[in-house]
Ligand binder design. Structure first.
Ligand code: NAD
Length: 375
């Protein structure tokens, strides 16, 4: 198979879908040829020479690269101009934003076979292919550092000759993959951390990291319905939302830094921080809204902006993993390589798309001109 790695053009994406490490493995057995577009790794600190040393051919222009590629590995879904260059029999693997059905319709109309990595089932066997987890982990870490960067006080408690400085109080809303890493990072920096999640299962994980779990008491029906079989949160009742809102308001006003990560698959992000809460927070406080691309957990955050409102810094950067492009690319590229091992026969190097496999069936969004599953 000929594997192509184009330079990302959408949204100034800094990550790249393969690294010298994965390219060495792709080319090791001689069953794959890998082409990398000139400059594809530049923003992730990977020069062309390193790709070349790992066994890739460097191709100067995108049209040539796409015309050669049986399999295209990408970070972002293709822009129209990229799709136009893609062969109709090509296989595309990447973050294809399948929750917007038109994104998949466009790919299907072009006739390609496409796998959307966001749709990977969260099962044990798929963990080493789980791009959402690998990227959320990095984002959770970086979000805390971004907050620390604009916060005008220390994170740890300091006892100095000039007196004591209090530790920062950090509130994490949503304790999934990103939230748990944010808790761990804030703890390492010495903050006092509390966290909240609708899923009761998150309590033990939060406490195991040394943070305090904030609980909105759930009735029996809410307990049974707070989490889907896949481990995701569900939309909660209006009464629950009111109780949650009061508690979040109280804890946010006591906090110095709030990191919000709450998402509900296929739905707008839940609003957890209202304007009246921001207004009541201490001057100089920081909110990092990691759900900003899905509409935001804070009503005042702005997509891809850092703004100050009511004396509170609001950070609304969508592509946080892109700010740690080297390591994000390392993990993303490994995830894709593990996924390729599932759909490509190791000996012959030929495609082996088994639609009965749960992981293949979950991620395959279009094949031979047809949308395979509703998004
Ligand atoms: P996510 O990005 O979909 O959401 C982030 C967090 O926000 C979740 O913990 C969710 O419960 C929480 N949330 C949603 N609405 C909320 C609200 N109104 N208030 C507060 N919190 C709210 O989640 P994720 O990080 O992708 O993880 C989802 C689940 O999948 C978790 O249970 C995680 O442990 C699990 N998971 C399993 C695997 C696996 O391979 N087994 C891999 C990754 C994640």
């Amino acid at each position: 198979m000929h594997i192509g790695i184009p330079a990302e053009i959408r949204g100034e994406e800094t990550r790249v879908a393969a690294t010298p490490e994965t390219i060495k493995k792709y080319t090791a057995k001689g069953v794959h040829v890998v082409s990398v577009q000139t400059g594809a790794g530049a923003r992730a600190s990977i020069p062309d020479s390193e790709f070349e040393a790992a066994g890739a051919k460097i191709v100067a222009d995108a049209a040539t690269l796409y015309s050669q590629s049986d399999i295209v590995l990408k970070v972002r879904g293709p822009e129209a101009e990229e799709l136009a260059m893609m062969r109709k029999d090509a296989v595309l693997i990447g973050l294809l934003a399948p929750s917007k059905s038109e994104n998949i319709d466009i790919l299907a109309r072009h006739g390609i076979t496409a796998f959307a990595m966001e749709k990977l089932p969260r099962i044990t066997r798929a963990q080493n292919m789980d791009v959402l987890s690998s990227q959320a982990n990095i984002a959770g870490y970086k979000a805390v550092l971004m907050a620390a960067n604009v916060y005008q006080r220390f994170f740890p408690m300091l006892m100095t000759a000039a007196g004591t400085v209090k530790a920062a109080r950090v509130l994490i809303l949503g304790a999934g993959v990103a939230g748990l890493q944010a808790i761990a990072t804030a703890k390492r920096l010495g903050a006092v951390v509390e966290a909240f999640d609708v899923r009761p299962a998150a309590k033990e994980q939060v406490e195991s990291l040394g943070a305090k779990f904030i609980e909105v008491p759930l009735n029996e029906e809410e307990k049974a319905n707070a989490e889907t079989a896949g481990g995701y949160a569900t939309e909660m009742s209006e009464d629950y939302k009111r109780r949650q809102s009061e508690l979040v308001h109280e804890r946010a006003v006591a906090a110095d830094i709030v990191i919000t990560t709450a998402l509900i698959p296929g739905r707008p992000a839940p609003v957890l921080i209202k304007e009246e809460t921001v207004r009541a927070m201490k001057p100089g406080s920081v909110i990092v809204d990691m759900a900003v691309e899905a509409g935001g957990n804070c009503v005042l955050s702005e997509l891809d902006q850092t703004v100050v409102k009511h004396d509170v810094h609001l950070i609304g950067i969508a592509n946080i993993p892109g700010l740690v492009a080297a390591d994000s690319s390392t993990l993303y590229a490994r995830n894709l390589m593990n996924f390729l091992n599932l759909i490509v026969d190791a000996e012959s190097g030929q495609l082996r798309i088994d639609r009965d496999d749960e992981i293949v069936a979950g991620t395959l969004v279009c094949s031979d001109g047809n949308v395979v599953q509703a998004s």
